[in-house]
Ligand binder design. Structure first.
Ligand code: TRP
Ligand code: ZN
Length: 881
């Protein structure tokens, strides 16, 4: 059966369940062969329920036994299929439903429900994995108190964990033992977790603001315990920060984190038992890059913060996913900003939003931050729900101010604690706290698409009046042809000739609150009076709204902002706009058969910034980082020829390298001197390395033997993974004569560390070379690669599809064909992973006609497979629509 005809689930159809589940007892009997799960549910009818059948969800389940109040049901009293258990006429009043199901965790390759990862039994239940364990109301608005007993062989599973607090343990004397856990906080099934395995613990403790002691542990595979130190440190800092900034205290006696090697996503916030992809736990300077450390800090914080925004207050239904995800991303962004550099964090977050969310919002998979329908909820864990969801909360804070925002959060925590809430309830707290009508703001949740704000200016010297005309328009998205105007906060400054902000005597034409203009209409004409000279407008400071801005600032204005703007984000933005303009023009020149040409003034302005000792290295690294080829392709938007983009990109980088070469070289040398010091993965150290490695990459574009010698030397003398991997990547990407030897040496040293093998795979998969596809295909046969492990697949095939525009987008279509083949092959075993890979095709309509035809053919080839998963069928259907 194909899933193209899967039913559509709609927000407007929401109805509470007829029965409540007041208590759950789960008894897991884990053996090498099979697992028996005995579930006992205390069920009661909700008000207004009279004898309705009880219909519980299942997924690929096998029922062994079912009884009510101790009496086994006869065949005609119930119906059990893999997907459902129906009790036709439940008792009136409360009753106890007992069920036993039989599972085969070792055969569970979907990594949803109960499965085995390197021998460890573990679960993943969000969004709908609990129904693969037992029949249940597997939806977030059914909250219950869980008690869990786990029995397992001692040798294979000395460690037995579940949610909540440990109650007791016991030895059965036959080589088996058990543990009982009780979670006092009512929770939905998606937050259930169980882990059983031979794991080592990295332990610590934390004393909460009210003086309660919490035992902390990070569980990892034996031998890896020291690599959990940074995760533990991040956890303690997260706990402290949530107390200080949001007033949120932890609420159990223990908090456990487990790292597993087979995991579909980043991590999961199960109550008191977070389960992680080991990529977001394991680190030491030998194996982890600065980016890995930052990722661990952010994801540990994210999952911990879910304890309040997700677990204590959960979602009424999956349409409200952004209620916990957008808010928790906002919280983890704020945490990382406080731990590191706020400006650098903001720029990285905006780069991520533009590279992931903007193409989603502008393509066939566009959907509102709070969608109103879906076929497969797994496909809605998207950049729109997460990253744009966080931006919407950031705008809300800008709009109502920090104090009202803080009061609104407090109100939300007190009012909805213990509930499954909606976006409307969340927003109502801020409307109440601020006294502002937030109904117009709701458009951000209800409508998809990235608004385009067009800015025109005029200056009247005689009257000292500066006028900005701001118009907004949101392009149509699938299923939403017309769009309402949005509330758009524009943080702004008018930069005067001395580089400082000017202060107009009056502003008219839009609401102004503090340094923010609030747009609410399709068009605003905003006048600023009493100015002594024409200001350079600096708009959307700090990226105050997730919009695209069309504003024809001259190169001179942009260079001026790059040098002077009081807002760091807009300094970077000015530099990026200059670079992007140059790259788009160069791409057009290449396509017209011309040699690309570049203005030198913007490049010299960058040079001046490199010399500015008041700027930190991480910020300079971002200023020097050229927008990616994918960024340029997005800006070009139609008839994209990735080879033309790549040639223009290379020519531009070469121009920078030629003009700033001396400076770039001295940056690398300065870093070499500092590299003797011990490695610290903090903002200062990682900034210095980022700057040096950006400079190294630029220098290498010249291909000069000098530059390549420098790269080879850095590879050989690197004292940490950040520098080693950066140098390796440059050697491989330039097709350097030393690349093969470097790859071999790297594998020789790290071939047994899977997370480092991933870096080795990605460096090769992203090389912009004609033989890369052959190499990637060969690597799928390498003993260190496995289609069964999501991290390996993403590192090789995912990196090829997302980070190698010229080879994925080969003119002969073989890149598309290869990735399509992998998707077809993976679909039955792991539909979530297959569907995520498929998303890499979302911008296929932007290609020039030849590639567009080839990409479409590759997509259609997936469609011909007979038994497509709902996940892949849904993405395919929308992508081709
Ligand atoms: N809720 C998790 C988070 O954002 C992510 C998540 C959702 C997930 N579904 C999953 C993780 C499936 C693993 C598998 O923190
Ligand atoms: Zn989350």
């Amino acid at each position: 059966m194909s899933h193209e005809s899967s039913p559509v689930i709609r927000l407007s159809d929401y109805k509470p369940t007829p029965y409540a589940i007041d208590k759950v007892d789960l008894d897991f009997n884990l053996t090498a062969k099979e697992t028996l799960v005995a579930a006992t549910l205390a069920i009661s009818p909700r008000d207004g329920t009279f004898g309705e059948p009880l219909v519980l969800d299942g997924d690929e389940l096998t029922l062994v036994r079912v009884a009510i109040d101790g009496r086994e049901l006869s065949q005609d009293e119930y119906e059990a299929t893999p997907d459902h258990l129906t009790v036709k006429v439940p008792p009136n009043g409360a009753f106890r439903l007992e069920m036993t199901t039989r599972l085969d965790p070792a055969a569970n390759t979907k990594l949803m429900g109960l499965y085995r990862s390197s021998g460890t039994w573990c679960t993943q239940c969000e969004a709908e994995g609990f129904r693969r364990i037992t029949y249940y109301y597997d939806r977030p608005d059914v909250l219950s108190v869980f008690t869990v007993k786990i029995t397992a062989p001692k040798s294979e599973a000395p460690v037995l964990l579940s949610n909540g607090n440990p109650v007791s343990v016991g030895d059965l004397g036959d080589g088996r033992h058990f543990a009982i856990w009780h979670d006092p906080w009512p929770k939905p099934s998606y937050l259930f977790a169980l882990v059983a395995g031979a794991l080592a613990a990295f332990e610590d403790e934390f004393t909460t603001m009210s003086g309660r002691k919490v035992m902390l542990a990070v569980y990892v595979e034996k031998g890896n315990a020291p690599k959990a130190a940074y995760a533990m440190d991040s956890l303690k800092r997260s706990m402290k920060w949530d107390e200080e900034v949001f007033g949120r205290e932890y609420d159990l006696d223990v908090f456990n984190v487990v790292a597993v090697s087979d995991f579909n996503m980043g991590a999961m916030e199960n109550k008191g038992l977070n389960v992680f992809n080991d990529k977001y736990v394991l680190a030491d300077p030998e194996i982890a890059t600065d980016a890995d450390y930052a990722g661990i800090e952010a994801v540990i914080a994210h999952e911990y913060f879910h304890n309040w925004t997700g677990d204590r207050i959960t979602c009424r239904d999956w349409f409200q996913l952004c209620l916990k995800e957008g808010l928790t991303v906002f919280r983890d962004q704020e945490f990382s900003s406080d731990m590191r550099s706020r400006a650098v964090k903001r720029i990285s977050d905006v780069r991520l939003l533009r590279s992931q969310q903007f193409p989603e919002d502008g393509g066939p998979l566009a959907h509102p931050v709070r969608p109103e329908q879906y076929k497969e909820i797994n496909n809605f864990y998207t950049a729109t729900v997460y990253e744009k969801g966080a931006e919407v909360i950031r705008m809300l804070k800008t709009l109502i101010g920090d104090d009202a925002f803080a009061r609104g959060m407090d109100l939300y925590f007190t009012r909805h604690d213990g509930e499954a809430a909606t976006i409307e309830q969340f927003i109502a707290c801020f409307a109440e706290a601020s006294g502002r009508d937030l109904e117009p703001f709701m458009v951000w949740y209800r409508e998809a698409g990235t608004p385009i704000v067009t800015v025109e200016e005029s200056w009247d010297e005689a009257s000292g009046r500066f006028t900005l005309t701001l118009t907004q328009e949101t392009p149509a998205t699938p299923g939403q042809q017309t769009k309402k105007p949005r509330v758009i906060p524009v943080r702004f400054g008018l930069v005067g000739p001395d580089g400082g902000d000017m202060h107009p005597s009056s502003i008219a034409g839009a609401e102004v609150n503090g340094g923010t203009l609030v747009l609410t209409q399709p068009l605003h004409t905003v006048t600023f009076e009493g100015l002594s000279s024409r200001p350079v407008p600096s708009l959307f400071r700090g990226f105050s709204a997730p919009v695209k801005v069309r504003q024809a600032l001259s190169s001179a204005d942009l260079i001026f902002l790059l040098a002077n703007d009081a807002d760091s984000f807009n300094r970077w933005q000015a530099g990026t706009t200059l670079a992007m303009t140059a790259l788009v023009k160069a791409t057009q020149q290449v396509r017209a058969g011309q040699v690309p040409t570049f203005e030198t003034a913007p490049i010299d302005a960058l040079g001046a910034l490199i010399d500015d000792s008041s700027l930190d290295a991480a910020f300079k690294a971002l200023l020097l980082a050229v927008p990616s080829e994918n960024d340029v392709a997005r800006e070009v938007a139609e008839n994209v020829d990735p080879d033309a983009v790549a040639n223009a990109h290379k020519a531009y980088r070469r121009t920078i390298a030629d003009r700033l070469g001396v400076r770039l070289k001295s940056i690398v040398e300065a870093d070499q001197t500092a590299a003797g010091q011990p490695y610290v993965p903090d903002a200062a150290g990682s900034g210095r390395r980022a700057l040096a490695n950006t400079a190294l990459d630029l220098l290498s574009v010249t291909g000069s033997s000098d530059a390549m010698d420098l790269v080879r030397r850095r590879f050989e003398t690197a004292t940490n993974m950040t520098d080693r991997l950066a140098a390796l990547t440059v050697l491989v990407h330039r097709g350097d004569a030393g690349a093969e030897a470097a790859l071999a040496a790297f594998f020789e040293r790290f071939g047994t560390v899977p997370l480092v093998v991933d870096k080795w795979l990605s460096a090769q998969a992203s090389a912009p070379l004609p033989d890369t596809l052959d190499r990637v295909m060969a690597l799928t046969e390498h003993p260190a690669f496995s289609f069964g492990n999501p991290n390996r697949v993403r590192a090789l095939v995912g990196a090829f599809a997302t980070s190698n525009p010229t080879q994925f987008g080969r003119a002969d279509g073989k890149g598309f064909g290869f990735v399509a083949g992998v998707i077809s092959r993976l679909d039955a075993a792991n539909p979530q992973l297959a569907a995520r890979l498929l998303v890499t095709f979302r911008s296929w309509r932007s290609y020039e006609p030849k590639r567009r035809t080839l990409a479409e053919a590759a997509l259609r080839s997936i469609q011909t497979k007979p038994q497509l998963s709902r996940d892949v069928a849904d993405i395919l259907e929308r992508t081709l629509a």
